[in-house]
Structures are given as C-alpha cells and as structure tokens.
Design a protein around this ligand. Structure first.
Ligand SMILES: Nc1ncnc2c1ncn2[C@@H]1O[C@H](COP(=O)(O)OP(=O)(O)OP(=O)(O)O)[C@@H](O)[C@H]1O
Ligand SMILES: [Mg+2]
Length: 251
C-alpha cells in the first residue's frame, strides 16, 4: 500500500501541499482530481522520491521513501511505475529501445527483455510499432507507449499523470480501458486527472486535492453525490466566480 502522511511542500514562498494525507489501497484505482496547479504532479513526484517533502512522509509497502539509499530507491522505483504527464520518450530511440532501457537497468536478460517488450505492447494494442520512432506516432500512441514502458517492468503500482489530457474521446476511452485492465491484472493505480469522465470511469475511489489538502475522498458514488460545494463545482466544471463581461465589443 502507498500511504501519504501529512505531506507539505513549498517552492520558495509558494506553499503547494499543506498536509496531504491519503491511503492508496492495493488492487484498486485511486483517482486524484484537482485544478491545474493544485499540486497533483508534485504529489506523484514525491511518491517516487524525485522530490523531497518539507514535512510528512510517503510510505510504500511500509518503507519511508525519503532517506532511502540509492539501491533501495532503485528497488522502489522498480515497484512503482510512472507514466509521465508528457510521454517523455527518447526521440532518438525506437519504441522498443525506449521500453528496453528500464529492463536493461534492472538487469534482465535478452530473452526476458524481448518477451516483455512484445507483451507490454500487446497489452496497449500497439503490437508491430517496435521499430518506429516517437515522432512517427500520434499523441495517443505515444501515451500508450508510456504505459507499455511502465508495465513492462511488472510494477506493483502505476502512477498515471494526466493519461487522457489532450486525447480525442475515443482514444481517451481506450486509455480508460487500459487503466482498468492493469487494475484487473492486480496493479494498484494512482491516476491524476482533471478529466471527470475518465475519473468516474476508471476510479474505485476519488480524492480531490484543493488548496494543498485532500478536500474529500470517497467512492465514485460518494463523490458524484457530494454536497461539498467546492467538489461539486469542480466535477460539474463550473467557473468559481462569475466571469466579468469583456470591456470591449465588436462594432
Ligand atoms: N520544481 C518546481 N519548482 C518550482 N515550482 C514548482 C516545481 N514543481 C511544481 N511547482 C509549482 O507547484 C505548483 C503545482 O504544480 P503541479 O505540477 O503539481 O500542478 P498540477 O496539479 O499537476 O497541475 P496540472 O493539472 O496543470 O498538471 C505549481 O504552481 C508549480 O508552478
Ligand atoms: Mg500535472
């Protein structure tokens, strides 16, 4: 299980997280929603130890992430896959080479590597693109390669950062199916998104990050039925305050 315990994080004078506590139960997809800039990506980076909290702790399988030595941190990153907000593939390498990198780093032999590349691309329905370069793929295909790269390592957890942002509705639905499929394969997911359609489709639980803390956490039906005005406003996509009429007009 992943446990976030009272996490605080500031950048200069800007307090982004002000005591975030959340449990990510095994075998489920937990979705974290929140406005742009609310600290969702920062939270994911804290979980894999890419940044350090000012206060509080992240525990993965009972182990506190911050303060782990390099070897243990590498082992932890083998258990926690990370699908980056922007697919973050190496443009000068083919799809297969991109997936291969992490497998080589973990010391797998050639046979396992070839098998994992093939299997993971099959899961994301991209068999046959092994030798293509990222520039030859659409945005949605690149995102799916990002997922293939994560699942090739057979992680226990996968963190997905905005997996459906910028995708057309059909490709978004394919991404949702993939996240449900990985959950059904036994992988625990933490999905960060502001796409409510996707949140309700893949989430077993939904947590809303707002002004540096978890405003509400509950099942999809709890969140759909919420009477918290802040959460309601967010899930219904209404602007916070009336938008002022523009001062200019067309002649
Ligand atoms: N390395 C950093 N240095 C300074 N400020 C940072 C850093 N990383 C994030 N921030 C700031 O922290 C805040 C939260 O950023 P974060 O990327 O977590 O937002 P987000 O919720 O993921 O937003 P979005 O939905 O747009 O991706 C932002 O104001 C951002 O500018
Ligand atoms: Mg983000």
């Amino acid at each position: 299980m992943i446990v976030l315990d009272n996490l605080s994080k500031s950048f200069g004078a800007k307090r982004v997280l002000r005591g975030v506590s959340l449990e990510v139960p095994d075998g489920q997809n937990t979705v974290m929603i929140g406005a742009s800039g609310s600290g969702k990506s920062v939270t994911l980076k804290l979980i894999v130890g890419l940044i350090e909290p000012d206060e509080g702790a992240v525990e993965v399988d009972g182990e506190v992430v911050h303060g782990l030595d390099r070897r243990r941190l590498a082992a932890l990153r083998g258990r926690v896959g990370y699908v980056f907000q922007f697919a973050a593939l190496f443009d000068s390498m083919t799809v297969a080479e991109n997936i291969r990198l992490g497998l080589v780093k973990r010391g797998h032999g050639e046979d396992v590597i070839r098998e994992r590349i093939e299997e993971s691309l099959a899961v994301v329905e991209l068999s046959g693109v092994e030798d293509k370069f990222p520039a030859e793929l659409s945005g949605g295909m690149r995102k799916r390669v990002g997922i293939a790269r994560a699942i090739a390592l057979k992680p226990r957890y996968i963190l997905y950062d905005e997996p459906t942002t910028g995708l057309d509705p059909v490709t978004s639905a394919v991404m949702d199916q993939l996240m449900t499929r990985t959950r059904d394969l036994g992988v625990t997911g933490l999905v960060v998104t502001h796409d409510m359609r996707s949140a309700f489709s893949v989430g077993d639980r939904v947590a809303m990050l707002h002004e540096g803390t978890i405003r509400q956490v509950g099942s999809v039906s709890d969140i759909r039925a919420t009477d918290d005005p802040v959460v309601r406003q967010f899930i219904e996509g209404r602007p916070g305050s009336p938008v002022p009429a523009p001062a200019w007009r067309y002649e």
